[in-house]
Design a protein around this ligand. Structure first.
Ligand code: ZN
Length: 305
């Protein structure tokens, strides 16, 4: 009888120690927050994104399995500014940290009378969330504070290099072709940063499909101005873009398909756009090439290992 009791006593005394060894969990809504946070966290905090690759945060509804993930998280971080529209109630109830509220309101662009949430499109602006990420992670894992601070510096350096590379690449697009025409209005920060004109078939949110009249008037503008290309987005149905290409063709204008942009979610694992820097590199490369420019050589170490 002694041995089973001893085994039970051992397992009881080990259980709290093992539970303690698990790092705390940070759950973010979008991958564009989770990716830099995970690199800054290292092994000190476990970081995960709720909304996976290719999923549209404007329309995302919590799944039954998400409830457990939300409950298991020690901290929850969202962008806010209306991005995660259908998660707003859940996020408010869990006391999620809303990154959009931590930024200087003077940096925010307005669209349709509300702040535009697509801040990650400007790496210079997005790097301003890094101190908040580092502070939150350090609070969760105080023993790691020094390592977290130095990894945050490395991430800030990477984002500055990303911004320089993007500016250099996009500067090669010839005048007269510097128009970014996309399916939904996710690129205002991007075009403002890099001196392109921003045109979108539909607005900030993706709740409704654009009408035939909207598509036709955009096709007329594309034909009149000889806009070279339109881009599809990984999180959206390409129907509206294909309809626009057909409507432009009916007006005798060939609108090329500029490729697929990552607007509101990172890419699948192995796509090359499964990290935040990889997403920006994929977008800048596709845009630069489709509009007649030449991407600059990628600096070493720009993309995470
Ligand atoms: Zn969007």
């Amino acid at each position: 009888m002694k041995r089973p009791l001893l085994a039970l006593a051992l397992s009881l005394s080990l259980a709290p120690a093992l539970a303690h060894a698990e790092p705390p969990r940070l759950l973010t809504t979008i991958g564009m927050i989770a990716d830099p946070a995970a690199r800054i966290a290292g092994d000190c905090v476990q970081v995960e994104a709720l909304i996976g690759p290719g999923l549209d945060p404007h329309l995302y509804q919590p799944r039954p399995s998400d409830i457990g993930r939300l409950q298991a998280a020690d901290r929850i971080m969202a962008l806010g500014l209306g991005l995660e529209g259908r998660l707003a109630d859940v996020l408010a109830r869990t006391g999620a940290l809303m990154l959009g509220d931590t930024l200087d309101p003077g940096w925010l662009l307005e669209a349709e009378g509300a702040p535009d949430p697509h801040l990650w499109m400007d790496p210079h602006l997005w790097s301003s969330i890094l101190p908040t990420l580092a502070d939150t992670l350090s609070t969760m894992a105080p023993d790691c504070a020094a390592d977290i601070a130095s990894r945050m510096d490395a991430e800030a350096t990477r984002m500055a290099a990303l911004d320089d590379w993007a500016a250099q690449s996009l500067a090669t697009i010839p005048d007269g072709q510097r128009v970014l025409l996309t399916a939904h209005d996710a690129f205002a920060y991007f075009t403002a940063r890099y001196g392109l004109e921003n045109l979108a078939i539909q607005g900030i949110s993706t709740e409704s499909e654009p009408s035939i009249a909207v598509i036709d008037s955009m096709a007329r503008e594309a034909a009149e101005r000889a806009i070279p290309a339109v881009f599809i987005e990984t999180t959206l149905n390409p129907r509206a873009v294909r309809a626009l290409i057909e409507a432009a063709a009916a007006r005798g204008h060939t609108l090329a398909l500029g490729g697929e942009l990552y607007s509101d979610a990172l890419g699948e694992a192995g796509s090359g756009a499964d990290t935040y820097p990889g997403m920006i590199v994929a977008n800048v490369t596709a845009i630069t090439e489709a509009l007649g420019g030449t991407p600059a050589p990628l600096p070493e170490g720009l993309l995470p290992e």
